[in-house]
Write a protein that binds this ligand. Structure first.
Ligand code: PFF
Length: 449
C-alpha cells in the first residue's frame, strides 16, 4: 500500500508544503492588525508561547497519526483501535474533517478569486483596459463566479499532479516566491513617510492588553485556524512524510515558519496602513480600532496604491500576487483531503478523484456566490468557529486516548532510537490527553457564549 502512495521527496519539500498550508489569508489579513490592536510586541510574545504550548502539540497529533498510518484522515482515525465502535467513531470524525476541509475551501476559493482579480486588474488598468479593470474590482455575482472557478481550476491543476509533481513541486516554487515578495514589499513600504509610526504601533509592547481572557481565547483560536488544524490537511501531509524524518523537529519547523511569516507580514501591513494614514486614507473603524480583514485588503490597500501612481501599480500587483500565492498553497492542502480519501477508500484515479472533489466543491462554492448574503458568513462560522475546534478536540482525543502508547512510542522511534528519553515523549502524551482537549473546549464554549 505504502509503495503506491505519494511521498514527499525531501524534507524541505514537506516543510514548504505544510507551511504553505498554514500560511494563508489569515496570516496576512488578520494577524498583523490583531497584534497591533492587542498590545503589539506583548501580543507577539504571548502568541508565540500559546502557539508552542497548545497549537504545536495538536499539530503533532495530526502529523504523527498521518505518518504512522500512511492513510487519509477517515481510514487513519478508523484504524487506531481494535474496537469496532471506536473505529466507526474514527471514520465518522474523518468524514466530518473531510467535509469541513471542503467547506472551508468553498468560501476560501471565493475570497482567493478576488485576490486573483485585483492582482490582474492593476496591470490591465495600466495597459488601458479600464472596463476589464472595473469589472475585476467590482463586487458582482458574475465576477465572483468566474474568478472562483479560475482559482478552483488552478487548485485542481496542482492537486492533479500528485504529491511530488504537484503539491511538493509547486510549494517549492511558490513559498520562496511568497517570502521574497513579502520581504521586498516590506522593505519598500518602510521607506515611505508614515511607515515608522506603523512600526511603533506594531512593536511597542503593552502588557495590560494580553492579560485579558478574551485576548487569550482569540489568540488561541487564530493559532488553530492559522495552523490549519483539525480538518486533516496536516494529517494527510504527515501521511506522505518519509519514515526517516523526525516528526517533532519538522513539525516545529512548520510552526515556526507559519508564525515567522505572520510576524513578517506585520512589517508590511502596519507600516503600509500608517503610510496610507499619512496620505489621508481612513484606517480606523468607528470604534477606533484598526480596519482589518477584507476592508483592509480591498479598501485600505487599494486606496494606498492609488496614491502612489506607477509604483502603486507594481506594488499592488505584487501584493495581490502574494495574497493569491498564500491562498493557493492553502487551498491545495484542503482539496487533497477529499481527493486522498476518494483514491484510497474508493479506488478512484487521482484524475477522477480531483475532478469529482473539485467539481462538487466548486458547485457548492457557486451556490454560495449566488446566495452570498445568506450563505457566506454562515459557512465561515460553521466551518471555522465550530467545526474546526470540535475536530481539533477529537484528533487530540484519538492521539491521547485511543492510540496505544507502545504504538505511539514505536512511531517516534522510527527516526529517533532514544525517543523514550526525549522531552517530547515525557511531555506530549499528557498534553494531548488532557491539556489540549480541555483548553480547546474552553475556547469553543467561550465562542458559543
Ligand atoms: N491556515 C490557513 C490560513 O491561515 O489562512 C487557513 C486554513 C487552511 C484553514 C487549511 C484550514 C485548512 F485546512
Amino acid at each position: 500500500m505504502t509503495a503506491l502512495r505519494g511521498e514527499f521527496r525531501s524534507r524541505l519539500g514537506f516543510i514548504f508544503a505544510a507551511a504553505g498550508s498554514a500560511v494563508g489569508l489569515g496570516n496576512i489579513w488578520g494577524f498583523p492588525t490583531q497584534a497591533a490592536s492587542n498590545g503589539g510586541a506583548a501580543f507577539l510574545i504571548t502568541y508565540l508561547v500559546l502557539a508552542f504550548l497548545l497549537a504545536y502539540p495538536a499539530l503533532m497529533a495530526e502529523l504523527l497519526i498521518g505518518r504512522h498510518t500512511h492513510r487519509n484522515m477517515v481510514m487513519a482515525l478508523g484504524s487506531l483501535s481494535d474496537d469496532p465502535r471506536t473505529q466507526r467513531a474514527g471514520q465518522l470524525t474523518g468524514v466530518l474533517g473531510l467535509l469541513t476541509a471542503s467547506l472551508i475551501l468553498s468560501f476560501y476559493a471565493i475570497v482567493a478569486g478576488w485576490m486573483l482579480g485585483y492582482g490582474a486588474s492593476y496591470p490591465l488598468g495600466a495597459m488601458g483596459s479600464e472596463s476589464t479593470e472595473n469589472w475585476l474590482n467590482t463586487f458582482a455575482a458574475s465576477r465572483n463566479l468566474t474568478l472562483m472557478l479560475i482559482f478552483m481550476a488552478l487548485t485542481m491543476a496542482v492537486v492533479l499532479g500528485g504529491v511530488e509533481k504537484g503539491i511538493e513541486r509547486w510549494s517549492r516554487r511558490l513559498m520562496p516566491l511568497l517570502l521574497i515578495t513579502l520581504v521586498a514589499l516590506a522593505l519598500y513600504v518602510l521607506t515611505l513617510e508614515g511607515a515608522t509610526t506603523g512600526l511603533a504601533v506594531y512593536l511597542l509592547p503593552d502588557f495590560s492588553k494580553v492579560l485579558s481572557s478574551d485576548f487569550l481565547i482569540d489568540a488561541l483560536g487564530s493559532a488553530f485556524f492559522s495552523l490549519s488544524l483539525g480538518v486533516g490537511t496536516m494529517l494527510i501531509y504527515g501521511s506522505y512524510l518519509s519514515d526517516t524524518e523526525h516528526v517533532p523537529t519538522v513539525g516545529a519547523q512548520v510552526a515556526l515558519m507559519d508564525i515567522g511569516i505572520a510576524i513578517l507580514a506585520g512589517f508590511l501591513i502596519l507600516p503600509a496602513m500608517y503610510v496610507a494614514d499619512a496620505r489621508g486614507v481612513a484606517i480606523f473603524n468607528e470604534a477606533g480600532g484598526l480596519l482589518s480583514e477584507d476592508t483592509l485588503i480591498f479598501s485600505v490597500m487599494p486606496a494606498l496604491f492609488a496614491t502612489l501612481d506607477t509604483s502603486g501599480t507594481w506594488l499592488a500587483t505584487a501584493f495581490f500576487m502574494l495574497m493569491s500565492i498564500a491562498a493557493l498553497t492553502s487551498s491545495i492542502s484542503m482539496l487533497e483531503v477529499p481527493v486522498a480519501y476518494l483514491i484510497e477508500r474508493h479506488g478512484l484515479t487521482r484524475a477522477s478523484a480531483t475532478t469529482w472533489a473539485g467539481g462538487i466543491i466548486a458547485t457548492f462554492s457557486g451556490l454560495i456566490v449566488l446566495n452570498f448574503d445568506t450563505l457566506f458568513g454562515l459557512v465561515v462560522t460553521i466551518s471555522t468557529r465550530y467545526s474546526q475546534p470540535l475536530l481539533g478536540i477529537a484528533v487530540c482525543v484519538f492521539a491521547g486516548w485511543v492510540w496505544r502508547r507502545d504504538a505511539l512510542l514505536s512511531e517516534l522511534q522510527k527516526a529517533d532510537a532514544s525517543a523514550e528519553h526525549s522531552l517530547f515523549w515525557q511531555v506530549w502524551p499528557i498534553y494531548v490527553r488532557w491539556i489540549c482537549p480541555v483548553i480547546i473546549s474552553v475556547i469553543l464554549l467561550q465562542s458559543l457564549v
